[in-house]
Design a binder for this molecule. Structure first.
Ligand code: ZN
Length: 106
């Protein structure tokens, strides 16, 4: 474990910037009083700089798809509520129709 110059422990973190995607660094656990940062080992996968942006793009596409599906689901739920109300109304009309026919025939 890397210890900060102030004596506090550090946390291993990962950068997700486009310039240094996947690069690991140690940061002091007392960031308010200490700004210690030390680079950790370089990434072991050579084409990580290519893979991570591609994966981030994939995540963005999936998030956009999820947003679109959520909006579509909301519309379908509203439509289902309207159809359920129409069904209730048609049942009432049908019941009244049967009552009228029954009264007229008896
Ligand atoms: Zn420190």
């Amino acid at each position: 474990m890397v210890v900060c110059t102030c004596g506090a422990s550090t946390s291993l973190r990962t950068l997700w910037t486009t310039q240094n995607p996947g690069l690991h660094f140690h940061r002091c656990n007392k960031p308010s009083s200490c700004e210690f940062v030390a680079w950790a080992e370089p990434p072991k996968i050579e084409n990580l700089a290519v893979m991570i942006p591609a994966l981030l793009d994939t995540i963005k596409r999936h998030e956009e798809n999820a947003r679109q599906m959520f909006a579509r689901n909301m519309k379908l739920e509203e439509e289902a509520k309207k159809l359920a109300q129409e069904k209730k109304m048609l049942k009432v009309i049908l019941g009244f129709g049967f009552f009228v026919v029954h009264v007229l025939l008896c």
